[in-house]
Design a protein around this ligand. Structure first.
Ligand code: NAD
Length: 491
């Protein structure tokens, strides 16, 4: 089997009950952000399309939940092999609808595959507890059970990885699963479902339903859906969590972010500058883990600033499939405009514009949504660029005096997804570990992204819910427990 990597591609279909079908309603174009060319179109699913998927998911669940777990993970082993075989093709598709670089696309798919690998260990992970003689002559055993049909609604920025934060765990635990990918870049999800089809899941266990806001709302309100995972912007995450809860569903909703790097006096400045640039600008800054506020001890502020600006200047902006590109295109002209407005706001509010990426030109791609690396100095914690998510290649440097003030600045944020600390001091690191209000903390690591066997999620306005994505939390999200209390008196 070969995946089609050359656009234009046919309209993106749904995958319902083991077959491909067109969504009932008109949707939108899918556009290559670097060339401005339409690479496909995606229709939007009506409530009746969603009904069909939920009905197929419910029917499949009755068999699938009874299928021995060892059999349930066999299609996941096949999926892992298929994802390896088609890794490069998937990455190529991803670049052409998202705009990031080929290396970044391969990296995100690698992180997705990791989740498939972890979910293949469900026979161990799904075991709960057993205690003999919990009370006189009584043994107690907790048993985890799947619940039914789950859905996930995912964002544009990691279209290959984020669906895999959920799907492998949902189906390995015995549930059926519906994905509603971002309508901005849905083709890679379609390719993923071509591989899922090949992997041999029973009809209705894994399904793809394309659409926009109305499709999401139908899923959220549907009685046949047990729970919803969401990843996207904070305002939407908040409403998804509320709306899912209103109809009695389980929900986990990951939102936006504003992440900080702390550079302590003792840090290796050359290393920290390199890691800062890759953390802030990788994927064009369109990452929920992008650290774009850099809190620098004033004793090293000038030297660090010079190093960061020099690193930033060396970044090549261009087409994601070109080998020398460091920073690809932003997802849409509207988003590019929003990032440009944030840069203008930074200037208006008095930050020092040390490197201005607004005039970047990528000659071969005049219609692309490009913005060059942009660096602000002397940022104040109250400025908009220090408080709000930018989601573009823009970073701000903020001088502080000592580790206490640095942690105070990062804890003042409304968000709590991640932070990274660069230091040679164990005492600084320990302080940050105990006091930083974030879900993921890197020490001398630019991007605090946990491997799939650890859960992933933020704090504060970066997350609504309790059980996070990936790892053990997913097992608990996708199952409920019955505790058996048994007494067998002698005859
Ligand atoms: P988005 O919120 O616009 O869209 C995400 C999904 O929600 C899409 O599938 C979209 O169709 C749907 N959607 C959009 N508006 C909706 C509405 N009003 N009602 C119901 N559904 C709606 O997010 P995006 O622009 O695709 O993604 C970028 C955002 O995602 C950033 O804020 C980023 O920080 C966040 N993100 C967070 C994490 C995390 O783990 N916390 C990971 C990746 C991305």
């Amino acid at each position: 089997m070969t995946l089609d990597t050359t656009p234009p591609w046919d309209d993106v279909p749904n995958y319902i009950d083991g077959g491909w079908s067109a969504p009932s309603e008109e949707g939108r174009d899918v556009v290559d952000p670097a060339t401005g060319e339409t690479v496909s179109t995606v229709g939007f699913s009506s409530s009746s399309d969603v009904d069909d998927a939920v009905a197929a998911g419910e029917a499949a669940f009755e068999e699938w939940r009874r299928t021995p777990v060892e059999e349930r993970i066999q299609p996941l082993f096949r999926l892992k092999a298929l994802l390896e075989d088609h890794h490069d093709e998937l990455a190529e598709v991803l670049v052409q609808e998202h705009g990031k670089t080929l290396g970044e696309a391969k990296g995100e798919l690698r992180r997705g595959i990791e989740n498939v690998e972890v979910a293949c260990g469900i026979p161990s992970m799904m075991q709960a507890g057993h205690l003999p003689n919990a009370a006189p002559d009584i043994d107690e055993t907790a048993v985890r059970k799947p619940l039914g049909v789950f859905a996930a609604v995912t964002p544009f920025n990691f279209p290959g990885m984020i669906p895999l934060w959920f799907l492998p765990y949902a189906v390995a635990t015995g549930n059926s699963f519906i994905l509603k990918p971002s309508e901005q870049d849905p083709v890679v999800a379609e390719r993923l479902f071509e591989l899922l089809d090949e992997a041999g899941f029973p009809d209705g266990v894994v399904q793809l339903v394309n659409g926009g806001v109305d499709t999401v709302n139908t899923l959220l309100d549907h009685d046949g859906i047990e729970g919803v995972s969401f990843v996207g912007s904070t305002p939407v995450a908040r409403t998804i969590y509320e709306r899912a809860a209103a109809s009695g569903k389980r929900a986990q909703a990951q939102g936006g972010a504003k992440n900080h790097i702390v550079v302590a006096e003792s840090a290796d400045l050359e290393f920290a500058a390199r890691k800062t640039i890759s953390s802030a600008f990788a994927c064009g800054g369109e990452r929920c883990l992008a650290n774009d506020v850099v809190v620098v001890d004033e004793s090293v502020y000038e030297e660090f600033t010079d190093r960061v600006v020099a690193e930033a200047e060396s970044q090549v902006v261009g087409y994601g499939l070109d080998d020398d590109t460091d920073i690809g295109a932003l997802i849409s002209p509207e988003h590019e405009e929003r990032v440009r407005e944030m840069v203008a706001t930074g200037v208006d509010e008095g930050a020092e514009l040390l490197l201005d990426g607004r005039d970047v030109a990528v000659e071969a791609y005049p219609d692309g949504n490009f913005l060059g690396p942009t660096v602000f100095g002397d940022v104040d914690p109250e400025m908009t660029i220090a408080r709000e998510e930018i989601f573009g290649p823009v970073l701000g440097l903020l001088p502080v005096s000592g580790i206490d003030e640095a942690i105070e600045v990062l804890n003042r944020s409304d968000f709590g997804n991640a932070a990274s600390l660069f230091t040679a001091s164990g005492a600084d690191a320990r302080k940050a570990r105990h006091e930083a209000d974030v879900g993921n903390l890197g020490v001398n690591a630019g991007t605090a992204a946990p491997m799939a066997f650890f859960h992933f999620g933020g704090w504060k306005d970066s997350f609504f819910g309790d059980l996070h994505a990936q790892g053990d939390d997913m097992i608990r999200f996708y199952t409920d427990e019955t505790v058996y209390i048994e007494r067998w008196p002698d005859a």
